[in-house]
Design a protein around this ligand. Structure first.
Ligand code: GTP
Length: 340
C-alpha cells in the first residue's frame, strides 16, 4: 500500500532516556530489546506496513551505536540516521532532520509501539487542507495529559494543560504521530531547542493555520515505552499478541530439557538453554544464548542476550541485562540486574 504522497517518516530517537536508566546507560532507548526486535524496530515495521518507504531517524544520544546496530538490517525500506550537533528538542530535531523534504511527511515519537492504519489519517489531512494533522487517542484518565480539543469538523481549536477533569468530554490527547507540511517548520528557528507540543503547535494554532485532529475510527494498540513499567507492559502486550509482526515463539535452536516446563506465553531465541526442572513463563522472553539453570524459575521477565539465571534461582518481574548473572539459589523480584 502506498500512502498517496506520503513516503517519508522522520522518527525522533535522540532523547537521553533518563527515566529508563540504568538500562539506557547500556543501550540507547531505541535499541531496548522486545522479543529480540529493538524498540525502534517495532515502529519501523509498522511504518513499512503502512507504505512508508524512507525513515529518517533524528538521533542524538548514542547515535553511532544506533547506526551500527540498525543499518546492518534490511527493514524493507530506506533507513538513514541523522545526528544533531546538540539536542534540539522535538520540533527542532524534526526541522534539522527533514531538511530538503518538500512534500508532506510523517513525524513520530520513536518510543511508541503502535498499529493504527495511516491511510485514513493521510486522507483526512488532505481533505482538510491541513498544515498539520495530529493523531489522537482517547484516554480514560485525563489528569496526566494535555488535551487536544476539536470542533465538529475535527479542526483543532485548543490545546489545554493537564486538568483533573475534561468538561468537554472529548478526552482526546496527542498520540505522538503527526503529518506535517514542510512549511510549518518556518515557525521553528534554525538550530534551536524547540518543542512541537509546547511551542510549534500552539504557535501554528495562533497563526490561524489549520491543524486537524485525527482520531482513528478503529481502536488501535498504542504504548509509550518511556519508563520501566511501560517497557515491561509492552513486553507483556507483545507476548499477548497485540501486534501482527511478532509474538510468542520458541526457536528450534533453543535447547530445552525435557524435564523443564514452559508456561505460555514465552519467547525463546536461538542458543537459549533451559535446564531440567526449570519453569519459564508466563510472560518471559529469553534472548540469544541465555542460560536458565536446573530448577530455576523465571516469570514475567525480560532476559537480554547472554545473561544467566543460576540453578534454583527465582526471577520474577525483572530485566536481566547482557552478561548479568543471577547467582544459584537467589530469589529476586522487580529488579534490573546489571552485569558486575
Ligand atoms: P527521558 O529522559 O526519560 O524523559 O526520555 P527522552 O529523553 O527520550 O525524552 P522523551 O521521552 O520526552 O522524548 C520523546 C521522544 O522524543 C523520544 O523518542 C526521544 O528520543 C525524542 N527526543 C526528545 N528530545 C529529543 C531531542 O532533543 N532530539 C531528538 N532527535 N529527539 C528527541
Amino acid at each position: 500500500m502506498t500512502q498517496r504522497g506520503i513516503s517519508t517518516a522522520v522518527v525522533l530517537v535522540g532523547g537521553l532516556g533518563t527515566r529508563l536508566r540504568p538500562l539506557t546507560n547500556l543501550l540507547p532507548k531505541p535499541l531496548l530489546p522486545l522479543l529480540d526486535i529493538p524498540l525502534i524496530g517495532h515502529q519501523i515495521l509498522w511504518l513499512a506496513r503502512n507504505g512508508i518507504q524512507r525513515v529518517i531517524l533524528a538521533a542524538g544520544y548514542k547515535a553511532e551505536r544506533l547506526r551500527s546496530e540498525l543499518l546492518r538490517h534490511d527493514w524493507g525500506l530506506e533507513l538513514t540516521v541523522v545526528e544533531e550537533p546538540e539536542p534540539l528538542d522535538t520540533a527542532g530535531a524534526i526541522k534539522f532532520a527533514s531538511q530538503g523534504l518538500e512534500e508532506t511527511f510523517l513525524a513520530t515519537n520513536g518510543d511508541l509501539i503502535l498499529n493504527p492504519s495511516l491511510a485514513d489519517m493521510v486522507a483526512a489531512h488532505k481533505a482538510a487542507g491541513a498544515a498539520a494533522t495530529i493523531m489522537l487517542r482517547r484516554v480514560e484518565d485525563v489528569s496526566h495529559y494535555g488535551l487536544v480539543l476539536r470542533d465538529d469538523t475535527s479542526r483543532v481549536i485548543a490545546f489545554l494543560e493537564k486538568k483533573p477533569e475534561d468538561e468537554t468530554g472529548q478526552r482526546t490527547v496527542n498520540a505522538g504521530v503527526y503529518l506535517l507540511e514542510p512549511n510549518v517548520l518556518h515557525l521553528v528557528p534554525e538550530r534551536s531547542s524547540w518543542s512541537i507540543e509546547r511551542r510549534l503547535f500552539p504557535d501554528l494554532l495562533a497563526s490561524g493555520a489549520v491543524i486537524h485532529g485525527h482520531l482513528p475510527a478503529r481502536p488501535y494498540y498504542w504504548i509509550d515505552v518511556g519508563r520501566l513499567d511501560t517497557y515491561r507492559q509492552a513486553h507483556r502486550d507483545l507476548l499477548a499478541g497485540v501486534v501482527d509482526w511478532c509474538g510468542p515463539w520458541v526457536s528450534e535452536q533453543a535447547t530445552i530439557s525435557p524435564q523443564a516446563k514452559l508456561v505460555a506465553p514465552v519467547f525463546l531465541s536461538g542458543g537459549v538453554r533451559v535446564g531440567p526442572e526449570a519453569v519459564v513463563g508466563p510472560f518471559v522472553s529469553l534472548s540469544p544464548c541465555v542460560e536458565v539453570g536446573e530448577g530455576a524459575r523465571v516469570e514475567d521477565s525480560i532476559v537480554w542476550a547472554t545473561a544467566r539465571v543460576g540453578h534454583g534461582a527465582r526471577v520474577v518481574g525483572c530485566v536481566v541485562t547482557p552478561e548479568a548473572v543471577v547467582p544459584d539459589g537467589e530469589s529476586i523480584s522487580d529488579r534490573i540486574v546489571m552485569p558486575k
